[in-house]
Ligand binder design. Structure first.
Ligand code: BGC
Length: 348
């Protein structure tokens, strides 16, 4: 069968290549791929900056934003042939650490977890893939190919859960949230904020293209002013930072409401320095009982919450997030940035 593969570390190795059918040991469910989403992590892997092939192989099947239809399911697995399915990305470390032993592999402590299509295990970018029933998440059939958004939404479902857990240190009934970055993660974070009944503000630097209208269509407010001005005007109770841009990260640390919770979601390259008034930031965090958290990855519960949130969302709005659909044979094109891109999807 055909698969989208790369040689980790080699920026010229992306291609649709022949690979063996998925091995039965990879899971009892056999799935025919429908679509594959592309994100910043995939682009990093394609540039040779990230990613690890499975042991004994020099190539990695790419793809962790999955959607497929079950073609083979053992009796008693709870799965029917034809069901739409998305796959959980991470698998526990083999030790296992305390978190992985308790099913919280999204919080793995020793870093020896594996991630499909990213770290040490083949991903979902092949015509067929297998998955363990425990790591397969049902997707509402009415979502069709929009089910590809389950994985990125799982990441923001976890982020919202983390914000709410940290908020529960004391009384916490936030009214307002600022989301920085109107890419797929930022827009999906805004969607989940609106679904929670919050006053949602989204900040991005673009003034044209689909992002401002997508934000307004949610009933949220779009901002393109400098971050510190927006922070000063809004004094948000919650900030979800999804740009990973150093200057934005620094700016959202100051100017939250008292008891503010800032959650960082963007994976940024290191090595860039920005000036920061560390004393001022420290003073504000201490005197206001503010909290700063990072959040990555997601477990099955977050995937299920994501699938529910998407099933409840307006289909036309979700459809506008998918700005480019690329056929599998030309998959490499999906990794080149295009104008007005939000989410690029490879169709299998
Ligand atoms: C994926 C996560 C993963 C992270 C780091 C993200 O793009 O959504 O599942 O943990 O990359 O590899």
């Amino acid at each position: 069968m055909k698969a989208l593969t790369i040689r980790p570390g080699d920026p010229d190795s992306l291609g649709v290549t022949d690979v063996p059918e998925p091995h039965a040991a990879a899971g009892e469910l056999l799935v025919e791929a429908v679509a594959l989403g592309v994100c910043g992590t995939d682009r990093e892997i394609v540039r040779g900056e990230h990613g690890e092939a499975p042991e004994g192989s020099d190539r990695l099947v790419l793809g962790h934003e999955s959607l497929g239809r079950v073609v083979e399911a053992p009796e008693g697995s709870g799965w029917d042939v034809g069901a739409l399915v998305a796959g959980v990305v991470r698998r526990p470390d083999p030790v296992p650490c305390g978190a992985c032993a308790r099913g919280r592999f999204d919080m793995c402590r020793n870093g020896r977890f594996t991630e499909r299509g990213i770290q040490g295990v083949d991903g979902f970018g092949s015509e067929r893939w297998r998955i363990e029933p425990d790591y397969a998440v049902p997707v509402d059939d009415s979502l069709g190919t929009l089910g590809i958004l389950v994985e990125p939404t799982s990441v923001v479902a976890k982020a919202w859960e983390q914000v709410e857990l940290v908020g529960r240190r004391s009384w916490f009934e936030p009214d307002s949230v600022l989301v920085t970055g109107a890419g797929p993660i930022g827009l999906l974070a805004a969607l989940l904020g609106v679904q929670r009944g919050l006053e949602v503000h989204v900040l991005d630097q673009v003034t044209e293209g689909p992002k401002p209208d997508l934000v307004r269509a949610l009933g949220a407010s779009y901002h393109e002013e400098p971050v510190d001005d927006v922070m000063a005007a809004l004094r948000p109770e919650v900030v979800l930072e999804a740009t990973g841009a150093s200057s934005v990260v620094v700016d959202v640390l100051s100017g939250t409401a008292r008891y503010g919770v800032v959650c960082l979601l963007g994976v940024s390259p290191g090595g860039r320095s920005v000036r920061i008034d560390a004393g001022g930031v420290n003073r504000e965090f201490v005197l206001e009982n503010d909290a700063l958290i990072g959040s990555v990855n997601a477990h099955q519960g977050h995937f299920r919450a994501a699938a529910t949130a998407l099933a409840d969302a307006d289909r036309d709005w979700l459809d506008r997030l998918v700005t480019r659909r690329v056929p599998f044979a030309r998959a490499a094109e999906a990794f080149e940035p295009g104008p007005g891109d939000i989410k690029t999807v490879i169709e299998l």
